[in-house]
Design a protein around this ligand. Structure first.
Ligand code: ZN
Length: 64
């Protein structure tokens, strides 16, 4: 995971978003930067959670 481009608070938010997608397949949470929706991709053993706005919040998790 890349901590350099997001704050700790943003990381906590997007971690919760990732959990929501993993459990429920959706999230009610909104991006704290732009107020937009998040989207979620699974790629083999890793997953990517990102804001729909380009170059906004994004994390990739591996080995869940
Ligand atoms: Zn955003």
């Amino acid at each position: 995971m890349d901590f350099s481009v997001i704050t700790r608070e943003e990381f906590m938010l997007i971690s919760k978003v990732s959990e929501d997608f993993g459990r429920f397949g959706k999230t009610e949470r909104k991006c704290s930067r732009c107020g937009g929706d998040f989207e979620y991709y699974e790629m083999g053993s890793s997953s990517q959670t990102k804001c729909k706005t380009a170059d906004c919040l994004e994390i990739t998790s591996r080995g869940i």
